[in-house]
Design a protein around this ligand. Structure first.
Ligand code: CAO
Length: 558
């Protein structure tokens, strides 16, 4: 088997073009026509396919290398008959890589000139072997001023895309192509008015005549380099999966923005990635709706991007094969858990939370509540401590209006209404229904609405209107247990009250027998607040005031 030296063929105007993708590696078995690498210049990208089949022995180039005609690409142990005719056994045979076309940055478009009107018809120049190529982008529209060398359109074949620049400056009078049109050498692209530049001489009264752009090198697929031993290859139609399908301009845009083009879904013909696709991807990432693969690798598995950005330097979430340690089963998160989890995560990450813990003496209030329930046994409405807590919170919000606000940029939005949310535990996860206008409702009305809303929550029947508009939330674990906890603020609210189970505790009372410990029913309170809006002293006052009201509910009347 002969060792073949595969070199870059004469590819026209391409000189020192960068390798942006390598599609093969040592050990790969490749077939004739298989693309070896992709090069890209300012205006065009193209794949260099192989003329021979065989096994890649050694790559002589790497990503980022600048290559020109004659650059050695790789050594191939050729298995096909065409390899290395009569090459000296020991010496590698030189083979040009296939010559793709269009093989260069397009020469400026050719022109047709009308002297009377000073209108120039810009024509597609010689673009090599391609009979017909599709117009995939049109960069200009009638009325646009264009400069010499400004790209007018992008055309694309199976293996290459190239921009066709204008040979002249002027104003686009008429566009003669549109996306999807097939063009070839001599096709008219646009009529330029008042054109200047490398124009062909005008002939008076002559109708537009096509003339080649001055000095335009034919961008044809070049013949194999002179030292080539093997025949040049014309690209076949089959494309090898490689780079995402996008024009050089879009690739450049993606590179400038740091967009991983391979992760962008193309909406153009044959899945081609358009400028809108790249912009949409960036917007999605910024809005936190899309995560790049790199972001996903860094972020916790079940958590979406926080505010659209990963945390630089954050360790990747541990990837553990739990089954190695014992039997496991997997369960999808419920819809509510996914939604509430994402909201809680954002709020926890974005809001500087502080939690103040305090106690309220609810001995008398609890006695009153029990008495109320006895009196109203037949009404079917059961009053729990939560209804009193809602009423007490309204009184505290009225006294400390900053707690009844939301942050909007540099402004506080202070609310003159009092809608209080309460966290409800349901089989599918946490929801927060809202009691509207709690300031205008009595304890029974609040208890009735709470029962209804909690029932709807458990049945999964809460509508958006039941859960929006809250000013302040209460999370009560009183029916379950615990002492204190750190509730997470329900943004855009700025504080939340956590309540745990009341218990009878000894409290010192100086008025009993000259001073003695007496049993009192104590309710643990945990107030989390947004430190951007509220200070610790205000939070302590808010809690203390809540405690006073719960200790003597007559105070809500003051
Ligand atoms: N201390 C002692 N007992 C309390 C109490 C407290 N702070 N709060 C309520 N209780 C008692 C009630 O009086 C009731 O007693 P009885 O059964 O003897 O009548 C019992 O606990 C159960 O009350 P409840 O939970 O049914 O009623 P509620 O009004 O207190 O709460 C609701 C309603 C919907 C808020 C509650 O059922 C619930 O879902 N709580 C969980 C909230 C939650 O998950 N918070 C965490 C959010 S962060 O993950």
């Amino acid at each position: 088997m002969a060792l073949v030296e595969v070199k870059v063929p004469d590819i026209g105007d391409f000189k020192d073009v960068e390798i942006i993708e390598l599609m093969v590696k040592p050990g790969d078995t490749i077939v004739v026509d298989q693309s070896l690498l992709t090069v890209e210049s300012d205006k065009a990208s193209m794949e260099i396919p192989s003329t021979h089949g065989g096994v890649v022995k050694e790559l002589k180039v790497k990503l980022g290398d600048k290559i020109s005609a004659g650059t050695l690409v790789l050594l191939l142990e050729s298995v096909d008959a065409a390899a290395a005719p009569a090459a000296p056994a020991a010496a590698p045979t030189t083979a040009p890589a296939s010559v793709p076309a269009p093989a260069s940055v397009a020469a400026p478009a050719a022109v047709a000139v009308s002297a009377v009107t000073s209108t120039i018809e810009i024509l597609v120049p010689d673009i090599g072997d391609f009979d017909e190529v599709a117009v995939i982008e049109v960069f200009v529209k009638p009325g646009d001023s264009v400069k010499v060398e400004q790209s007018l359109i992008t055309v694309e074949s199976d293996k290459a895309s190239m921009e066709i620049p204008s040979s002249h400056a002027g104003v686009v009078g008429e566009l003669l192509v549109k996306v999807g049109d097939k063009v070839k050498k001599g096709s008219a692209i646009a009529r330029l008015q008042g054109a200047a530049g490398a124009a062909a001489p005008a002939t008076a009264a002559a109708p537009p005549v096509a003339v080649p752009a001055p000095g335009a090198p034919a961008a044809t697929a070049a013949a194999p380099a002179s030292n080539a031993v093997l025949p040049a290859h014309q690209p076949a139609t089959a494309s090898v999966a490689g780079l995402p399908h996008a024009s050089p301009t879009i690739r450049r845009l993606a590179r400038d923005l740091g967009v991983p083009l391979g992760e962008v879904k193309g909406s153009g013909p044959k899945g081609r990635i358009t400028q809108e696709d790249v912009q949409g991807f960036v917007k999605g990432v910024m809005a936190g709706e899309t995560q790049t693969t790199a972001q996903k690798a860094k972020a916790p598995a079940a958590a979406p991007a926080a505010g659209g950005g990963a945390f630089p330097g954050l360790l990747a979430w541990p990837q553990v094969d739990f089954a190695k340690f014992g039997p496991v089963e997997r369960k999808d998160l419920s819809r509510i858990k996914k939604i509430s989890g994402a909201n809680l995560h954002r709020n926890w990450v974005v809001i500087p939370h502080v939690t103040n813990h305090d106690d309220a003496d609810i001995t008398e209030l609890e006695a009153f509540r029990v008495q109320l329930n006895k009196e109203n046994e037949k009404s079917g409405i059961k009053v729990t401590m939560l209804a009193f807590l809602i009423k007490a919170s309204v009184a505290a919000l009225k006294k400390f209006p900053d707690f009844n606000s939301s942050l909007d940029g540099d402004q506080l939005v202070l609310k003159n209404y009092f809608h209080i949310g309460f966290a409800a535990d349901t089989p599918n996860g946490l929801v927060v229904p809202v009691i509207k206008d709690a300031d205008k409702k009595g304890i029974f009305q609040i208890s009735k609405e709470m029962t209804e809303l909690a029932g709807k929550a458990r049945e999964g029947k809460l509508g958006p209107a039941d859960m929006t508009g809250g000013c302040f939330s209460i999370s009560s674990l009183g029916g379950i247990g615990g002492r204190y906890f750190t509730p997470i603020i329900n943004a855009p609210e700025v504080s939340i009250l956590g309540v745990c189970k009341s218990s009878t505790e000894p409290r010192w009372d100086a008025n009993v027998n000259g001073g003695a410990f007496v049993p009192r029913l104590i309710l643990p309170l945990s107030l989390s607040w947004d430190h951007r809006v509220i200070d610790g002293a205000s939070a302590a006052r808010f809690n203390a005031y809540l405690g006073q009201i719960l200790g003597d509910f007559r105070r809500v009347l003051l």
